[in-house]
Design a protein around this ligand. Sequence first.
Ligand code: MN
Length: 487
Amino acid sequence: MMKKSDYKFWFVVGSQFLYGEETLKQVDEDSIIITDGLNKSGVLPCEIIYKGTVKTSKGAEDIIKEANYDGTCAGIITFCHTFSPSKMWINALESLQKPWLHFHTQFNKSIPNEEIDMDYMNLHQGAHGDREHGFIGARLRKPRKVIMGHWSDGDIQKRIGKWMNVALGVAFSKELKVMRFGDNMREVAVTEGDKVEAQRKFGWEVNTWPVGALAEEIEAVTDEEVEAKMAEYKELYTIATDDIESIRYQAREEVAIKKMLDKEDCAAFCNTFQDLYGMKQLPGLATQNLMGHGIGYGGEGDWKTAALNAVMKFMGEKSVFMEDYTYDLENGISLGAHMLEVCPSVAADKPQIEVHHLGIGDREPPARLTFEGKAGKAIVASLIDMGGRMRLIVQDIECVKPTQTMPNLPVARVMWKPEPNLQTGAECWILAGGAHHTVLSYDIDAEMMRDFARIFDIEFIHIDKDTTPESLEKELIVSDLVWKLKG
Ligand code: MN
């Protein structure tokens, strides 16, 4: 898989021959300055390259064709410095297969009172040219992000950076392979789904490998490999158990899983406690440490959440597999955890390695990381298969410092207040069909997930501070009709 820094975004500026060579030369110079300014902002995940000014239909088409076929191009950013008649963009934009940001900006921040004349007006007419450009985007029904503001503005640069991270997630998604060990947990509905549709929409290749093959790989792990992994654990975590053998077995599992993932170029996996054939422990610490290194995971065979987890980790590191477990109704808080598998990237303090009996899974007590999650603004995201289409549900949440120590709960946990509050938030979540498995992220916000859903043309439902069950119910009815027509 490629790294973020391997990708580039292409800045394509719109103009035409009408205003003469002088103007086009100035457009070129200004566009280079804008590109440099954005690249030097320090808030973009990778580089933007200025690809030149479009003056003809053929010129636009050539650039977009090239963008489509260049594997390092993660998206295009357009801006019409002057008026750029939009019929010349039709063929190009019709064929565009990369994420598109229409950056509605202007070279100068203000209007120079003494200097302004008709030449100035012709050169600096983004207000005019970008409306023409916007019309053709709307007319073609092309999914696109529109951001308006001056290119030197820090907040605008941050928004561009966020959109770029989404587009990078899209590029990553199209390359993503998910390794399934066994099938789903028996009888569970929400973790099922249409793998053909998932590949068509997101590009995910989801395939299965035998648990027996993993068991053989675990047995083949050498003592040296276990020692190297143990040294890493000691460095990253506090060991709070005498049962070193249990930790060593998790190290063995982690090395074996990673080898299988690497062999198939997979960046996500899922397994289930109901199929641990030939394994002594459910992977706990093993899975957690893999997630800490950017691998996506879903429990109970939940390949949709595993894939979403990997993609969201690529978009924003602090994005973790999560499960709503139990409520503090008195204080309006949800307690999220999992049997074992919560990623240490969201730990408030250094995680501890502990070994405890696990009531389900019928195996030896597994070593696992325990910690409390950080406080702060976050989201939870759930991807469900509605039959014929995917629905992405996102809820704004506020993670809080746990109010209790819970000495008898030896798992990692995060506590949060959902928007608009626990009661209404849970009612809305359940109305929308949101799963108990989610990806919780501190680094991604709802706007980014909305951009993600728009690019992939999937249904998006956002539960925020203003959502009511009544408004949501109406939205779901309309949405159902729209998606039946679209499907
Ligand atoms: Mn679960």
